[in-house]
Design a protein around this ligand. Structure first.
Ligand SMILES: O=C(O)CCC(=O)C(=O)O
Ligand SMILES: [Fe+2]
Length: 419
């Protein structure tokens, strides 16, 4: 049965209005209007007199609007029927108004997410020596200690395990010294297996979202999803220390500085602690992270929206390449993370074009945006990692072996035959 636009919107609104679907968190959080400012230390307003504690779980010292995100249920398959078109349009509208949306986890995804989260906690519980051994000199995959990553010149407090395409040492791309190409230095299979499974599942959701976006943006089938054959999908498994338990290398209360991410879509998940802030699109603001760094932009102004943790959902927002392809019809969403009173675990999965692809504007969205010759995704990714990890062994080896220059060669700009 075909369902109309109202129904696609209704799916979204029902989730916002039905507190029973928000089991883990106080329903009152979600009765906030978007224009209501609230923070941990603000006095509860009349509306919140029934609250036992002030609104939400916002990190101390932050003052932001509490977001009411639209929540969507992805179909089993995207066939292109009218209800998919309406859903695609509703997703486009949500990105344009809010900059972020939620998708529900299927019961299977919930199980896979929970197992990945347990694996993450096991990993971060290991000794520093065990974690620090998980480094690779050719890929940027592996462990990043708290204070090692740099955003806008300041150390981030996040502790991270990054997963990139896990390539064997005898893979031809590794033998040919392609930048960023190499193995993922897993600590053990107890970590590797659940994390790989988590990525595989999110990959399927990422593909469905791209299919729906093609419908919602009214562009030919395949214009987004063809880019992700051999996509450079990657994942950051994250732990944030409590605000009073840092090593002093960064800025007080700051987890990760304001930034945009690089590819098509970010699919994130967080535990119940809370710390993510995003910036919805504002008409008078423009930025283009592939031209000039968007890191640190707007960091300290008051136009941020706090993303309250909600059990059983992923949050989704567009990345830089989506912004370029749509001429900013879907801007890459700036976001940042604050430290909270307790440690926080999160995942950020990046659904990306293939490393070799040159991204071009979508039909109907080509307004001569710069650079007119397109953006080489692998170069953008490499630039971002060089900027974030200037002192990592991978950056040093890339410089010593002149790997960066390979990005200009034909081999790195043509599809790879996957065997
Ligand atoms: O911690 C989060 O929720 C988001 C992390 C993030 O922005 C990133 O890893 O790029
Ligand atoms: Fe991010």
């Amino acid at each position: 049965m075909a369902r109309g636009m109202a129904t696609a919107e209704a799916i979204a609104t029902n989730y916002n209005r039905n507190p029973s679907s928000l089991s883990a968190f106080p329903a009152e959080i979600f009765s906030n209007r978007r224009d209501h400012k609230a923070s941990v230390d603000s006095a509860p307003s009349k509306n919140h007199s029934a609250l036992k504690r002030p609104v939400g779980t916002m990190p101390p010292g932050y003052n932001a609007t509490v977001g009411q995100l639209k929540t969507f249920v992805l179909p089993g398959t995207v066939t292109g029927e009218s209800r998919d078109i309406e859903l695609g349009k509703a997703i486009v509208r949500a990105f344009q108004t809010d900059g972020i949306l939620q998708i529900t986890m299927t019961p299977e995804q919930w199980k896979i997410y929970s197992e990945a989260e347990m694996a993450s906690k096991r990993f971060f519980n290991k000794s520093h020596i065990q974690k620090a051994a998980c480094v690779d000199s050719q890929s940027y995959a592996g462990y990043i200690a708290s204070g090692e990553e740099i955003t806008d010149g300041i150390a981030d407090y996040s502790e991270i395990f990054t997963v990139t395409k896990d390539l064997a040492l005898d893979d031809v791309r590794v033998l040919d010294k392609w930048p960023c190409h190499g193995p993922t230095p897993w600590p053990d299979v107890e970590f590797r297996n659940p994390i790989k499974e988590y990525m595989t599942y999110l990959g399927k959701s990422g593909e469905k979202l791209l299919d729906l976006l093609e419908l919602g943006l009214n562009v030919p089938k395949g214009s987004l999803s063809n880019l992700t054959e051999d996509g450079w999908h990657h994942l950051r498994v994250l732990r944030f220390p409590a605000t009073d338990k840092t090593n002093g290398k960064g800025e007080e209360g700051r987890g990760i500085g304001s930034h945009t991410d690089y590819g098509l879509l970010v699919i994130a998940a967080q535990d119940e602690v809370g710390g993510l802030f995003i910036r919805p699109p504002y008409r008078d603001e423009s930025y283009a992270n592939w031209k000039d760094s968007a890191a640190g932009k707007f960091e300290h102004d008051d136009k941020w929206v706090y993303v309250p943790p909600q059990e059983g959902v992923f949050t989704v927002f567009p990345g830089d390449m989506m912004q370029y392809m749509t001429n900013s019809a879907l801007p890459s969403t700036p976001h940042k993370v604050g430290l909270n009173t307790g440690e926080r675990f999160a995942f950020a999965y990046f659904h990306e074009p293939s490393f070799q692809s040159t991204i071009k504007p979508l039909p109907g969205y080509d307004a001569g945006q710069e650079p007119v010759e397109g953006v080489h995704y692998g170069t953008h990714f490499t630039n971002m990692f060089l900027r974030n990890y200037p002192d990592r062994i991978t950056s040093e080896r890339m410089a010593e072996e002149n790997r960066y220059d390979l990005l200009k060669t034909r081999a790195l700009r043509e599809p790879v035959a996957i065997v």
